[in-house]
Design a protein around this ligand. Structure first.
Ligand code: ATP
Ligand code: MG
Length: 439
């Protein structure tokens, strides 16, 4: 018989692991909110052109990793008629990252009219057609933030966003996250530096790896962070610091001063660039040790002021925008935990005969209505096997309904920790448990 398996590059998060995810997400929400960020939830698929336009046609994500939704129908139906409601999936892609969708939503919902600065966060799955390996999945999860607003470019906001990323990682249990920052300068700086870099690299083209030879025309910044030894040498001989304009240098200096003032340690790395076209000025990446291997980046981000215009923002307004995304699976690898055993319910109810099960069911529901978490064995079985289940459920008390109890209108209450047992009148069972559970 054929069996099914989870799609390659994805994984199930099983009940033993969900408590850890829940705790992580809870903590992340709490910390983001404490910095004044509010949660936004966008669809997991969007118009494919949103990603093509925002991420840049030459980027790896768009070129190689976009998971487009396809339908077998290629023709669009006539404008009206019975087929008019069909969804044409091939116009969509699963989201590979969060920023483009957040900016789309920001503009579509005119958030700039509602608040001077939108400080937003999201938690959710992202999708990329990668070659799966440890820490590199096709469905993975990110915690991300974006701060977007008219005239909101402030080096202090860059520092806030970076500080929040580091704060989150530390609180989530990542030991000694390493922060690298760089500035790509303004849009004009970037254009000027690209031309200069392209010219310089062209002179040493044969020393570059085949991939860089192919991409230095299209996406010259990527050569700067190529891992190939020969490329690294070429780059090291060319670039000590990126030749930024004076205002860009000053902006970057203020970001660094603000980080120093709140004691966030960092290293300036002049070869750090990000894979996406939309970044200008500050970019950063955070790595961690642990079981990450070569996939050691737990998060990354940067400033992307130009993207808001690119996606249709009012040309008369000068927008500022900065954000980051942390990879939850990589955080879990860094902290070296994938699950925590956690108690399931406070009370476990066992019926000693099948005919007592309806009574067990009734008591269970009474407890739940009073706010006490409860479960029962729907399968029954011996006292020993049911006690085993109560243990596994992490119950603090088990309730036993046997022949004597039914005769006396009572229930035996066993404290699972001390193994002491007492008989409690059926009518007073809820009050009794409320009392003992709160002590
Ligand atoms: P990498 O260099 O590792 O491919 P990236 O530059 O593609 O990362 P971003 O797009 O900046 O990563 O995403 C931010 C974070 O999301 C990464 O630092 C990483 O923690 C996580 N991440 C990205 N891609 C994946 C993936 N395929 N599987 C698991 N986590 C990922
Ligand atoms: Mg990648």
């Amino acid at each position: 018989m054929n069996t099914f398996t989870v799609p390659r590059g994805t994984s199930d998060i099983l009940p033993d692991a969900t408590p850890l995810w829940e705790a992580l997400e809870f903590l992340a929400r709490k910390i983001c909110k404490s910095y004044g960020y509010r949660e936004i939830r966008t669809p997991i698929f969007e118009d494919v052109n949103l990603f093509k336009r925002s991420l840049g046609a030459t980027t790896d994500i768009v070129n190689k990793q976009l998971l487009e939704l396809v339908s077998s129908q290629r023709e669009k139906p006539a404008e009206s008629g019975s087929n008019g409601d069909r969804i044409f999936l091939n116009e969509y892609a699963l989201r590979p990252e969060g920023t483009a969708a957040v900016v789309r939503s920001y503009l579509e919902n005119s958030l700039d009219k509602i608040e001077p600065l939108s400080k937003l966060f999201y938690i959710g799955p992202m999708f990329r057609g990668e070659r799966p390996q440890k820490g590199r999945l096709r469905q993975f999860h990110q915690i991300g933030v974006e701060a977007i607003g008219p005239n909101s470019s402030s080096p202090l906001l860059d520092a806030e966003v970076i500080t929040l990323a580091m704060h989150l990682l530390k609180e989530l249990g990542v030991k000694e996250p390493q922060l690298k920052i760089n500035s790509l300068g303004s849009k004009e700086d970037k254009a000027r530096i690209s031309t200069w870099l392209r010219g310089e690299l062209a002179k040493q083209k044969e020393r570059l790896c085949p991939e860089c030879q192919a991409r230095f025309e299209r996406n010259v910044f990527r050569v700067l962070d190529c891992k190939n030894e020969s490329c690294k040498k070429v780059v090291a001989s060319l670039v000590k610091d990126l030749p930024l304009s004076t205002p860009s240098q000053e902006y970057f200096a203020q970001v660094q001063a603000a980080l120093n003032s709140v004691k966030v340690p960092f290293e300036v790395s002049p070869h750090l660039v990000r894979g996406l076209d939309y970044y200008t000025h500050t970019v950063f990446e955070i790595t961690a040790a642990g079981e990450l291997g070569s996939q050691d980046a737990v998060g990354a981000g940067g400033r992307y002021n130009g993207l808001v215009h690119e996606l249709g923002g009012n040309p008369k307004v000068s927008y500022g925008a900065i954000g980051f995304a942390l990879g939850i699976e990589r955080i879990l690898l860094a902290i070296g935990e994938s699950s925590v055993p956690l108690s399931g319910v406070a009370v476990y109810i066992m019926a000693m005969k099948e005919e007592y099960q309806p009574l067990a069911f009734l008591v269970m529901q009474l407890l739940r209505k009073s706010g006490i978490s409860a479960d029962m064995s729907f399968i029954g079985g011996s006292m020993k096997s049911q006690m085993g289940k109560a243990d596994k459920a992490g119950a603090r008390f088990s309730l036993i309904i046997g022949e004597d109890e039914v005769k006396n209108n009572s229930i035996a209450v066993k404290n699972m920790e001390t193994s002491t047992q007492e008989s409690v009148a059926l009518g007073g069972i809820v009050e009794h448990l409320i009392k003992v559970l709160s002590s």
